[in-house]
Design a protein around this ligand. Sequence first.
Ligand code: FUB
Length: 324
Amino acid sequence: MADPSPIATHIFTADPSAHAFNGKIYVYPSHDRETDIQDNDNGDQYDMNDYHVFSMESVGGPVTDHGIALKADDVPWVGKQMWAPDAAEKNGKYYLYYPARDKEGVFRIGVAAGDKPEGPFKPDPEPIPGSYSIDPASFVDDDGQAYLYFGGIWGGQLQCWRTGDFVREAYDTMEASGDEPALLPRVAKLSDDMHTFSGDVQQIVLHDTDGKPIHASNHDRRFFEAAWMHKYQGKYYFSYSTGDTHYLVYAIGESPLGPFTYAGRILEPVKGWTTHHSIVEFQSKWYLFYHDVSLSGKNHLRCVKVRELVYDAEGKIKLAQPQP
Ligand code: FUB
């Protein structure tokens, strides 16, 4: 199978969150940049400080870079590392959700609002109260209720929140171990105005195919980071990265809050350490946006690509052949 070309080559892009807004696909990626920081498990080499928004009228057609939609200097609470963002639309307004370390080095999630999908976005002066860790992914259900999924272990600091409070020393444990249940991603309902959580942050239960919690030692299946939610034929598909085993996998449930049962792999490991994705329906086809490092050969300089997905009769996800 031919390797797809990056959707953009003039800047490095990663962690693509794609949505269909107003008859186009809009992509909200991280904007990778060069650094002297060496690769480490903390992810210090991912030292981004702004976001660009991209759009396209067709998959495989021309891609527009709408320029800088938000930058670190615009947000009083941000210290560094603007990581994987997402966006949502509600009542004609657009909301950009983004994680960054605050001035104390703790990852929080911010929200910025705008009138157009491409921004510009005006950031709230403080992070969303009660938010923590990384990789926010928004989902607006058919009834209008919006949700924010988030979390990531290791450099994403989720292990520091096991007690409910931030424990910096817990960073070194990295994650749960052995037959313990793996650390779980988080979800919160968003308020009607999309700026705050309207309920408690909940853990998302991920069952293995035997109905038991996925064990921490099962690195091929346990949650690491890069949550995404989409709905297909009335079922909720929660997908994520397994991190150090480099798979994109998914689990299916009956409610946006879970529980979800492991259903399989979406993508095998790509070139580069991280893998991160989104799934979007556009013009009656389904697409997987993801990244690899084929443009640079460096883990921290990634490029976004797209492949078509199909579902089998049981609702299982497969990569389509041939690719766009
Ligand atoms: O881009 C920085 C981090 O790398 C993201 O937040 C993770 O999902 C991984 O892709």
